[in-house]
Design a protein around this ligand. Structure first.
Ligand SMILES: Nc1ncnc2c1ncn2[C@@H]1O[C@H](COP(=O)(O)OP(=O)(O)OP(=O)(O)O)[C@@H](O)[C@H]1O
Ligand SMILES: O=P(O)(O)OC[C@@]1(O)O[C@H](CO)[C@@H](O)[C@@H]1O
Length: 307
């Protein structure tokens, strides 16, 4: 089984405009709501690719029904810890004229140490050897920045492979517990190492993690992605597609990595699936998950180079 953990989920409200006029009344062309938060997005894609997945984490009591209804509709199993308050709504502005994507993410509800204990107990009761756990996204208020490190240490006692997608201190601490794979985007990577956007420079800057045995994927948006392990360094250019929304592109990659790790797929095949999955995502409006057919359409087009 693959589990995703979303500590700070969201409802993504995507608002499409021709151009955002600051300090003016703006009128939308269209808008849509999608359930999101990184782990939930990962779970939606894993399910669409035909694998079993269970979404865990925290959810605000006040609007949990809406999120459960959507997860049920997508066939995603879920088992969240309910906390006081609402799950946040994040605003995603799409400016059609110039293809500019702006995110306004709220901080979300507060969580206390008892809630966290409940979540860790639930995780430990559920997971078994052979399972893969994805930990991703920002931390709600009340949670210490070493939380991913603590969770990874607990899961490693059960020999579970963990994929971590975080930034800043949460990522830095998480790495100390040696997750199986990390997937920062280039800006998230820059929150923990000093590097430019040059591929050689990125490779050198992640060497210390790769030497610890961690597989490092670095996504670079419209500049493609990199994957480093002890054995291989791979680069893929992005595919040229009509981009509707980049929200969740990284999550679609992480979904493919989780499947690849769970199914023991060769790293290069996993990387190919990750590029295809993220490419299919960006052609979708809002935070919708791409479907299997769309993803498979791009597989053959992905070109992987050794670096
Ligand atoms: N404009 C684009 N054109 C084609 N492919 C893209 C584009 N933007 C993103 N992608 C694909 O999606 C992958 C992940 O993108 P990105 O680095 O923006 O992820 P991210 O910032 O982690 O996303 P999120 O946090 O919203 O899930 C890229 O490596 C690329 O394969
Ligand atoms: O505030 P965080 O947790 O860093 O990111 C939250 C978020 O931007 O991530 C997803 C896209 O990756 C969206 O569904 C969601 O709104």
């Amino acid at each position: 089984m693959i589990y995703t953990v979303t500590l700070n989920p969201a409802i993504d409200k995507t608002i499409v405009l021709d151009k955002l006029l600051l300090g003016n009344v703006n009128r939308s062309i269209s808008s849509r709501d999608d359930i999101g938060g990184k782990g939930i997005n990962v779970a939606k894609v894993i399910k669409n690719l035909g694998y079993n997945v269970c979404a865990l984490g925290f959810i605000g009591k006040e609007n949990s029904d809406y999120i459960y209804r959507k997860l049920n509709k997508y066939g995603v199993c879920h088992d969240f810890i309910e906390v006081d308050g609402e799950t946040r709504t994040n605003i995603k502005i799409v400016e059609r004229e110039e293809g500019i994507f702006t995110d306004i993410n709220q901080c979300g509800f507060s969580v206390d140490s008892l809630d966290l204990e409940k979540l860790i107990r639930k995780l430990k009761n559920r997971v078994n050897r052979e399972d893969v756990v994805v930990l991703s996204g920002s931390l709600p208020k009340g949670i210490e920045s070493n939380v991913y490190k603590v969770i990874i240490e607990q899961l490693k006692q059960k020999d579970v492979k963990v994929i971590l997608d975080a930034e800043g201190q949460a990522l830095r601490y998480g790495i100390e517990a040696n997750p199986y794979l990390i997937k920062p985007n280039i800006n998230e990577l820059k929150t923990i190492v000093n590097c430019s956007e040059d591929i050689e420079d990125i490779k050198q800057s992640v060497e210390e993690f790769v030497n610890k045995g961690i597989v490092v994927a670095v996504s670079m948006g419209e500049n493609g992605a990199l994957l480093f392990s002890k054995e291989q360094s791979l680069y893929s250019k992005p595919l040229k597609v009509d981009v509707k929304s980049t929200v969740g592109a990284g999550d679609s990659m992480v979904a493919a990595f989780a499947i690849g790790v769970h199914e023991n797929m060769p790293l290069e095949d996993t990387f190919r699936l990750a590029i295809a999955s993220s490419t299919a995502k960006v052609t979708m409006e809002g935070s919708q998950a791409p479907n299997r057919k769309e993803i498979l359409k791009y597989i053959e087009l992905v070109e992987i180079q050794r670096r």
